[in-house]
Write a protein that binds this ligand. Structure first.
Ligand code: 4NP
Length: 147
């Protein structure tokens, strides 16, 4: 079964495009996109240091462009996945009345890591740490969707 999965972070230039890039390789039969709760970077390619760290793992993010999350995404996707609690709150603020699309944290799909969010590498500068978490969680997500 094909699912429509949307990954969401703050800027849509680090964590969510990385999740999209890893997931579309791991699970190409699903429809995948990403968006940011903020519009600062709309139209931009993923952040250079994140592209470089992803590329070193064979994940090409260069074709992705940032866009802002909108209320319409609740209708266009089957599952919306945020990177931290702030993302979840900002997503929920836009939920249309009556809509029941599930919104979950990416780390819920990697309980073995003990992480409760994906720290923002734009601030931590730990791009590899973010990618480690994202790769583990995306593997869990793929298994979850196959069940
Ligand atoms: P992201 O990281 O939410 O993982 O894309 C950020 C990128 C840019 C900014 C904040 C977070 N910024 O403040 O410009």
């Amino acid at each position: 079964m094909t699912h429509r999965i949307l990954f969401v972070c703050l800027g849509n230039i680090c964590r969510s495009p990385a999740a999209e890039g890893v997931f579309r390789i791991r699970a190409p039969h699903h429809t995948t996109d990403s968006a940011g709760t903020m519009g600062w970077h709309v139209g931009n390619a993923p952040y250079g240091p994140m592209q470089k760290a992803a590329s070193a793992r064979g994940v090409d993010l260069s074709d992705l462009r940032a866009r802002q999350f909108t209320a319409r995404d609740f209708d266009d996707f089957d599952l919306i996945i945020g990177m931290d609690a702030n993302n979840i709150a900002d997503i929920e603020d836009r939920r249309p009345r009556g809509n029941t699309t599930p919104v979950q944290l990416l780390t819920e799909f990697a309980p073995q890591t003990g992480a409760d969010h994906v720290p923002d590498p734009y601030y931590t500068r730990d791009f590899d740490g973010a990618l480690d978490l994202i790769e583990a969680a995306v593997t869990g997500l793929d298994a979850h969707l196959s069940r």
